[in-house]
Design a protein around this ligand. Structure first.
Ligand code: HDE
Length: 680
C-alpha cells in the first residue's frame, strides 16, 4: 500500500496489528512453547493430563472462536478507503467532513447480502447492504444503506415478521439465501406496502455484477442541518463510477456453484490490482417548507424521490483502496448503526428509521458480547472519546481517576458537555405534536403508484427479466392460494406483468388488472447508466501455435482499454505462438467457466484436440446465452460460423487486429447484448 493511502484510521489500526511470522511460538501468557504437536500424557500411550495448560488454552480458545452471525446481512465483505467532498456543503450542513474539501476522511465499507447465512453464495437474488463508516474528526458517522432505494415495510415493528418470512422456513431450514418460497410470498401478499421493493427485488438490481457496479442508497429521509440551524430533508446516494450493472439469472445461479465468493473475489482483486472502486456521493435535498408538496409522504420508506423531479447533486467521491488484514477482526467485528451521526446530520420521523435507531446497538450487544464493542480497533473513532461509562466484558480502556459520574466537583465537573459552538451535538428542535396512537398515516397508504413508476421506467429487456423473476420465484411456491394472492396484488402494478406471470404459474388474472399511473423515471433504468470496458474480464480461449504477433496486438489494445485478459486453455503451463512468443495459462476449461468472465475472446490454435473444441464450444455457447460480448479471430472465427453465432449482436469476428480490437472493446463496454435472439 502506498503512503498516500495511509490515513488516521490506518495509523490507529497499526497499533493493533501483529505479525507472527518468524517468531517463536508462545502461549497467550507469553511463555515460549517447546512442543505443539503432542499433548502432555502419562506415558506415550497413556491418557492426557489436566495439567497440560498449553493444550487447554489452545483448545479452549478454539472452542470459543465463533460469534453469532448477523441476523441479517451475515454474508459480507469490506474494504478501507477514503472520502473527500468536492465543495463545501455549508449551505446545508455543518458536518465537518462535508464542509472541508481539503479533508480526506477514512472510511470502511461493508457490502452484504441480506437473507443468507455467513457461508452462503454471493450471487443470490437479494438486496445488497452498502454500509459506510466515516471516521470523521467529530466522531464516527455511519451511512448504513442498501443497493435498493426503498424498503419492504413502513414501520420497524414489522421487521422481525419480514425477516422470519424471508429466512429459510423454520421447520426444515430451507431454502438458503433465497426468497423463492412460500413464507416470503405469503408475507408479500399480506403486507402490500412491500409492492414497490418487491419490484426492485425481482429486477436486475437484485443480481449485481459486482459490488463495484451497484448504487447505494441511505433509503430513509434524513436531515441536514447547517450552522444557522436551518434544516433540509435529504436522501443519500452512492453512484458507482463504473455504472450499475447486473448478471443474468441463469448466470447468477451457476455462479453460486462455480464461485460462491464471486463478489468478494471481484472486490479483493480489483483493490489488489490497484483498480480502486470509486463511488460518488449524491444528495437530493428538499427544503423543510416543501415537506408536503409531493404526491407521496417523504417520511415513507417505500417511496423514492424521482431524480427527474429532485435532481441528485454529486457532492464528493469515495475510493476504496485497501483490503482488510483480517476478515474477522475488521469485517466481522465492525458494528454499524444508523444512529452514529455527527453534528449537521439528523434524523427524520420515518418510522422505519426510528426503529432502526434502537435495533443496531441492541444487536451488537449479543453479537459482540457486551457494551465495549466501540473499543474494538475497527470501531474506534479517530478522535478522542471521554465519558463516565465504565467496566463490562472485555473493557480495554484503563480509565484513570476517582470520578466516573456527572455532575461532580472532584474532577471540576469533567468530562463536561460541549456547547453547540464547541461541537456538542444538538438534536434538531422539530416541533412535534400528536396523540399516542398505533397507526399508519393516511399519507402512507398508496402502495402501488411507485411500483408502477418503477415498472414504467424499465426497458423491454428489464421488463422481461422481472416477469421471468416473478415466474421463477412463484413457480417455487407450493401454495396455490399464495400464488393467486400475489398475482392479484401485482395486477395493481401492471396488467402485462400480471398476465405473463399468471400464465407461467397457473393462476388467474383479476378482471380489473392494470394501473392508471403513466409516469416514469428514466434514471431507474440500467439502460441509462455508465458503460465502460474498464476492469471487465476477458477470457482468452487459445491453444499452442497461435498467431503470436496478431494476438499480441489485440491483447495490447484490450489492456489499453482497461480490460483484464485471462488465458484459458486445456492444460496449465505455457503456450507457444508461431513467432516463439509465450503466454501463461491462467485457467483450464476444468478450473474455470464462462460465467466467470464478462467477455470471451476466442483464438483457438492449429491442431487443437477434439476435447479442446468441445470445451471451447461449451464456453462460447454459454457466454452467448448470457448475452455476453464474444470476439473471435483466426480459428475462432470458423468455430463461431460452425455454431451459427457469427451474425449476432455483440459477436465480433475479424481478421485485422486493429479494427477487430476497437469493435470488440466497444462490444465489451456495452456489457450485455439484449437484442440477441434468445429466449430467457
Ligand atoms: Fe438493517 N439491520 N434493519 N437495514 N442493516 C442490521 O444490524 C434493522 C434496514 C442494513 O454490514 C442488523 O449489525 C431493522 C434498512 C445493513 O454490518 C440489525 C430494520 C436498511 C446492515 C438490523 C432494518 C438496512 C444491516 C443486523 C427495520 C437500508 C449490515 C446486524 C427497521 C437502509 C451492516 C447488525 C453491516 C444490519 C436491523 C432495515 C441496512 C438487526 C430493525 C431499511 C447494510 O440491527
Amino acid at each position: 500500500m502506498s503512503d498516500q493511502n495511509k490515513g488516521k484510521k490506518d495509523e490507529q489500526l497499526e497499533q493493533f496489528r501483529a505479525d507472527d511470522q518468524g517468531k517463536k511460538l508462545t502461549t497467550n501468557q507469553g511463555l515460549k512453547v517447546s512442543e505443539d504437536e503432542f499433548s502432555l500424557k502419562a506415558g506415550d500411550r497413556g491418557p492426557t493430563l489436566l495439567e497440560d495448560f498449553h493444550f487447554r488454552e489452545k483448545m479452549t480458545h478454539f472452542d470459543h472462536e465463533r460469534i453469532p452471525e448477523r441476523i441479517v446481512h451475515a454474508r459480507g465483505f469490506a474494504a478501507h478507503g477514503e472520502f473527500q467532498v468536492y465543495e463545501s456543503l455549508e449551505e446545508y450542513t455543518k458536518a465537518d467532513f462535508l464542509t472541508d474539501p481539503s479533508k480526506k476522511t477514512p472510511v470502511f465499507v461493508r457490502f452484504s447480502t441480506v437473507a443468507g447465512s455467513k457461508g452462503s453464495s454471493e450471487t443470490v437474488r437479494d438486496a445488497r447492504g452498502f454500509a459506510t463508516k466515516f471516521y470523521t474528526d467529530e466522531g464516527n458517522y455511519d451511512l448504513v444503506g442498501n443497493n435498493i432505494p426503498v424498503f419492504f415495510i413502513q414501520d420497524a415493528i414489522k421487521f422481525p415478521d419480514l425477516v422470519h418470512a424471508l429466512k429459510p422456513e423454520p421447520h426444515n431450514e430451507m431454502p438458503q439465501a433465497a426468497s423463492a418460497h412460500d413464507t416470503f410470498w405469503d408475507f408479500v401478499a399480506n403486507n402490500q406496502e412491500s409492492a414497490h421493493m418487491v419490484m426492485w427485488a425481482m429486477s436486475d438490481r437484485a443480481i449485481p455484477r459486482s459490488f463495484r457496479m451497484m448504487e447505494g442508497f441511505g433509503v430513509h429521509t434524513f436531515r441536514l442541518v447547517n450552522k444557522e440551524g436551518k434544516s433540509h430533508f435529504v436522501k443519500f446516494h452512492w453512484k458507482p463510477k463504473l455504472g450499475t450493472h447486473s448478471v443474468v439469472w441463469d448466470e447468477a445461479q451457476k455462479l453460486s456453484g462455480k464461485d460462491a465468493d464471486f463478489h468478494r473475489g471481484d472486490l479483493w482483486e480489483s483493490i489488489e490490482n490497484g483498480e480502486y472502486p470509486e463511488y460518488e456521493l449524491g444528495i437530493q435535498v428538499i427544503p423543510e417548507e416543501d415537506e408536503h408538496k409531493f404526491d407521496f409522504d417523504i417520511l415513507d420508506p417505500t417511496k423514492l424521490w424521482p431524480e427527474e423531479d429532485i435532481p441528485v447533486k454529486l457532492v464528493g467521491k469515495m475510493t476504496l483502496n485497501r483490503n482488510v488484514d483480517n476478515v474477522f477482526a475488521e469485517t466481522e467485528q465492525v458494528a454499524f448503526h444508523p444512529g452514529h451521526v455527527v453534528p449537521g446530520i439528523d434524523f427524520s420521523n420515518d418510522p422505519l428509521l426510528q426503529g432502526r435507531l434502537f435495533s443496531y446497538t441492541d444487536t451488537q450487544l449479543i453479537r459482540l458480547g457486551g457494551p465495549n464493542f466501540h473499543e474494538l480497533p475497527i470501531n474506534r473513532p479517530v478522535c478522542p472519546f471521554h465519558n463516565n461509562q465504565r467496566d463490562g466484558y472485555g473493557r480495554q480502556t484503563i480509565n484513570r481517576g476517582q470520578v466516573s459520574y456527572h455532575k461532580n466537583s472532584l474532577a471540576s465537573n469533567t468530562p463536561e458537555p460541549a456547547s453547540v459552538e464547541e461541537g456538542g451535538y444538538e438534536h434538531y428542535q422539530e416541533k412535534v405534536e400528536g396523540h399516542k396512537v398505533r397507526a399508519r398515516s393516511e399519507s402512507f397508504k398508496d402502495h402501488f403508484s411507485q411500483a408502477t413508476l418503477f415498472w414504467n421506467s424499465m426497458s423491454e429487456p428489464e421488463k422481461d427479466h422481472i416477469k421471468a423473476a416473478f415466474s421463477f420465484e412463484l413457480g417455487k411456491v407450493g401454495s396455490q392460494s399464495v400464488k393467486q394472492q400475489v398475482v392479484d396484488m401485482f395486477a395493481n402494478v401492471s396488467e402485462d406483468l400480471a398476465t405473463t406471470v399468471a400464465d407461467a404459474i397457473g393462476a388467474e388474472v383479476p378482471a380489473n388488472a392494470g394501473s392508471s399511473v403513466t409516469k416514469s423515471s428514466p434514471a431507474l433504468s440500467q439502460e441509462n447508466t455508465v458503460f465502460s470496458a474498464e476492469t471487465r474480464t476477458v477470457g482468452l480461449i487459445i491453444a499452442d501455435n497461435f498467431n503470436g504477433s496478431e494476438v499480441a496486438k489485440v491483447l495490447d489494445s484490450l489492456r489499453n482499454a482497461g480490460t483484464i485478459v485471462e488465458v484459458i486453455s486445456d492444460k496449465q503451463g505455457k503456450l507457444k505462438g508461431d513467432d516463439g512468443s509465450e503466454l501463461n495459462v491462467d485457467h483450464t476449461f476444468l478450473t474455470s467457466e464462462s460465467v466467470l468472465f464478462d467477455a470471451l475472446y476466442v483464438v483457438g490454435g492449429e491442431d487443437v484436440s477434439k476435447s479442446f473444441k468441445h470445451d471451447a464450444k461449451y464456453f462460447v455457447q454459454e457466454a452467448f446465452q448470457h448475452f455476453k460480448p464474444i470476439g473471435a479471430t483466426h480459428q475462432g472465427v470458423n468455430w463461431l460460423k460452425d455454431n451459427n453465432l457469427d451474425q449476432s449482436p455483440g459477436v465480433v469476428a475479424g481478421s485485422d487486429p486493429d479494427s477487430f480490437a476497437n469493435e470488440f472493446v466497444e462490444a465489451i463496454s456495452q456489457h450485455r447484448h439484449w437484442t440477441r435472439d434468445i429466449i430467457i
